[in-house]
Design a protein around this ligand. Structure first.
Ligand code: NAG
Length: 301
């Protein structure tokens, strides 16, 4: 009995030492590492447009909408990421907004171990604000609340989604979606040359190359002190394209774009319908992915 008790005390002491050590190191790196750009709109750029149409009509949606409406007006140039499938022709000119992102001021991708050690839920927001040293009324706090709310919204019918807080959890979601033994490929949008201004008219330089994939996952960044990807996969027909774009002053973008062929279940208020002047279900909605997004497809060899 006495032996047991002393072992317990030793283990307890060891744990306390470990906890304390971890805690103090976390505190040390906090001011250097956790960055959330102050402006939600700037930070989430046009990513919120790409997740917004999935929000089901329940109280969560109103919550998210309330956040968005205060940050977006109805003529936001960052809405310009949508186009129609008829636009995918060589020589066609499309106005597209590609957000700039300063890598030195972007949040870091953290390991799964670290991500798993930090709670990720709206209920824990007060604790998290403390942890990251943001005040309750700060724009960063609003950005975090927005992201956590969006991550807790139920997926729409026919959709699977996850908020991935690490590369490992993003890959887990890809395996769960495509099958455990499927190899996967990541597609992105790359700015090959320049990036003079975010909104420009781009011309399609080549015939778009269609990437045939039975399923795809789109991962969009959300504002948070570390990298969080909102990843989702929708049933129904989606056509994926590699699009070669030339800007007005010599900019070159090798973009990944998708056309959602069935939009009948989408939120009628989705900015895509406003931009394209169409209604849900009346035609495919296409968009390019911003440069910090990742599209996963199964690798067919
Ligand atoms: C794109 O071109 C159209 C017509 O050619 C023009 O009205 C529009 O202002 C241009 N947009 C940008 C962002 O330069």
């Amino acid at each position: 009995m006495g032996v047991h008790v002393s072992w317990r005390i030793i283990i307890l002491c060891a744990l306390l030492v470990l906890l304390f050590a971890e805690d103090s190191s976390a505190r040390e790196i906090t001011p250097r590492r956790w960055k959330v750009a102050p402006d939600l709109q700037q930070l989430s750029k046009n990513n919120h447009l790409l997740v917004k149409h999935n929000i089901d009509d329940d109280h969560d949606q109103k919550h998210v909408r309330a956040h968005l409406s205060s940050h977006m007006d109805h003529t936001d140039p960052s809405d310009k990421i949508f186009f129609t499938i008829e636009d995918l022709k060589v020589g066609k000119k499309i106005p597209i907004y590609f957000s700039h992102r300063d890598p030195s001021n972007s949040p870091h991708l953290i390991s799964r171990e670290e991500a798993d050690s930090i709670p990720f839920s709206l209920a824990k927001l007060p604790y998290l604000l403390d942890f990251f040293s943001f005040s309750r009324e700060s724009p960063q706090a609003k950005a975090m609340e927005y992201t956590l709310t969006l991550c807790e919204v139920e997926p729409m019918e026919g959709e699977t989604k996850v908020c991935a807080t690490s590369l490992e959890s993003m890959l887990d979601f890809a395996r769960a979606t495509f099958g455990l033994n499927t190899r996967v490929k990541a597609l992105t949008t790359n700015h090959v040359r320049n990036q003079a201004s975010p909104l420009q008219n781009y011309t399609l330089l080549e015939e778009p190359k269609e990437i045939l994939a039975p399923k795809m996952i789109g991962c969009h960044t959300l504002p948070y002190p570390y990298v969080v990807y909102f990843c989702h996969s929708q049933e129904g027909e989606n056509r994926l394209f590699e699009i070669s774009l030339g800007g007005e002053n010599g900019d070159r973008v090798q973009a990944t774009g998708v056309c959602h062929m069935d939009t009948s279940k989408w939120d009628p208020d989705s900015p895509s319908f406003r931009v394209l002047k169409i209604k849900p279900g009346t035609g495919p909605v296409c968009h390019v992915f911003p440069a910090d997004n990742i599209v996963w497809v199964p690798l067919i060899s």
